[in-house]
Design a protein around this ligand. Sequence first.
Ligand SMILES: [Cu+2]
Length: 244
Amino acid sequence: MSLIEDLIYFDNPSIWNDFGGTSGGFGGIVWQMFIWSVIVGLLVTIWLVYNLIYFRHKDGDPDSKDALKAGVFPHERGNTVIELAWTIAPLLLVTWLTIISLAPLNYLWDVPDEENTDLTVEVLASQWQWKFEMPTNYTIPSEFTKCGGFDPAGNPMQNMQITYDCLEIPHNSIIRFNINSEDVLHAFYIVEIGIKQDVVPNLQTLAWLDTSTVKPGEYNIYCAEMCGDNHSKMLAKLYITEVA
Ligand SMILES: [Cu+2]
């Protein structure tokens, strides 16, 4: 993968792992966003400085106070074709982006009913932790070992219906999240997968994930809404585990 390819193809940020970050994928995406910001920032700054220098007032130029009148467009510099072009082109671009966004947005917003999901997880946010609760009739697969803790003998404990700051879900499944807050506003953000949903007191919000669309492994859950002193520490791990 070349540098350019890694910048363009979002799903392969492997090269950026070398730069650090809290985990491979997250570090990669953060660096991708950072590098793009630097590129755009440089382009804007270079264009700005060029114009500042090129169009600066020189000796012999008409006095700008006399040359321009407030409320009067300097028609001698006008160009109807260019003006129409820079009005119509962005309009078409935005219209086109809106149209191609509708289907994926609708897919995301169309949360499956509980009957049509393999697993519904109750997500409860509070200052400052994530609580995850599986339905009592859900048999926790024996492959799940990440969030269960250990019994006194040191063996992994399974069948944990409730876990804190850690969630393990099966691969190749439709997962629905019923999201509630115990206190203030939070936001449920699975960084690498791109799921973000507000967590609002006294209002249940929803999110869902088809885990067949992502690789099994470890992901990060962040709180994406400033919710108090330890907001930045309101982190959880998501494990997507292959189940027989
Ligand atoms: Cu929070």
